[in-house]
Design a protein around this ligand. Sequence first.
Ligand SMILES: CC(C)(COP(=O)(O)OP(=O)(O)OC[C@H]1O[C@@H](n2cnc3c(N)ncnc32)[C@H](O)[C@@H]1OP(=O)(O)O)[C@@H](O)C(=O)NCCC(=O)NCCSC(=O)Cc1ccccc1
Length: 205
Amino acid sequence: MTAAAPFADSSWVPDTEPLTDPSDVTAYGDLLASLRSVQDAIVDAEPDRATMLELTDSLSTISEQLRASAGVGPAPFARQLGLPDRGQTLVPPLTIDRVSADRVEATVTFTEYFHLGGQVAHGGAVALVFDEVLGLLCSAGGRPWSRTAFLHVDYRNPTPGDVPLDLAVWLDSEDGRKRVMRGEIRHGDVVCAESHGLFVAVRAS
Ligand SMILES: CC(C)(COP(=O)(O)OP(=O)(O)OC[C@H]1O[C@@H](n2cnc3c(N)ncnc32)[C@H](O)[C@@H]1OP(=O)(O)O)[C@@H](O)C(=O)NCCC(=O)NCCSC(=O)Cc1ccccc1
């Protein structure tokens, strides 16, 4: 297995990375990190009414700025493979540690935004992580682009929030266009969740 830069040579993304200037890429990564920070900060926030009104105004201004910048696409969101999390904020923060054509090992942290209440990850967020990484690996390594047909998750133990957890996903079997992928999330020796999914390569049109 090689170290990181996991999907840069894969074919699952239909377009090349929209941002090519390294300074733009860095700035976009910083923008998304700020957005994640806002998402996490609101979870425990108890602003008074005046602050809520002020924040609503500020966020409206930001939304308008972003909408005004929309072009004809493709936009960089979820297409910047060189950025952590491929430049998106839907899925909890992931760091790819090791990768081969058939296996990915990563670290995932369910930050505050992804908690159910208390410091436990929301079950849907756990499934989201599996779909993201199983889906990426399924369509990486020269394999044709695939879609999730089903995704099964076994929640073996509560998945703790705010701590780095070990995530491993691997190709289990292939049968024509069908691929079964498996994965698990561990906290030390404790298995938090296991998953398997059927991914079907998109028909050639
Ligand atoms: C493409 C397909 C899944 C399959 O349709 P077609 O191409 O017309 O294929 P067809 O129906 O002919 O079946 C072929 C074979 O497969 C079998 N089989 C199929 N389904 C099931 C099943 N449920 N359960 C069991 N088996 C099933 C079926 O029996 C047959 O088997 P056979 O050859 O007789 O032995 C279609 O239903 C679809 O588009 N669904 C929506 C997918 C979608 O929106 N997913 C979410 C977004 S993607 C994402 O998130 C991933 C991602 C994340 C991150 C980054 C990148 C990616």
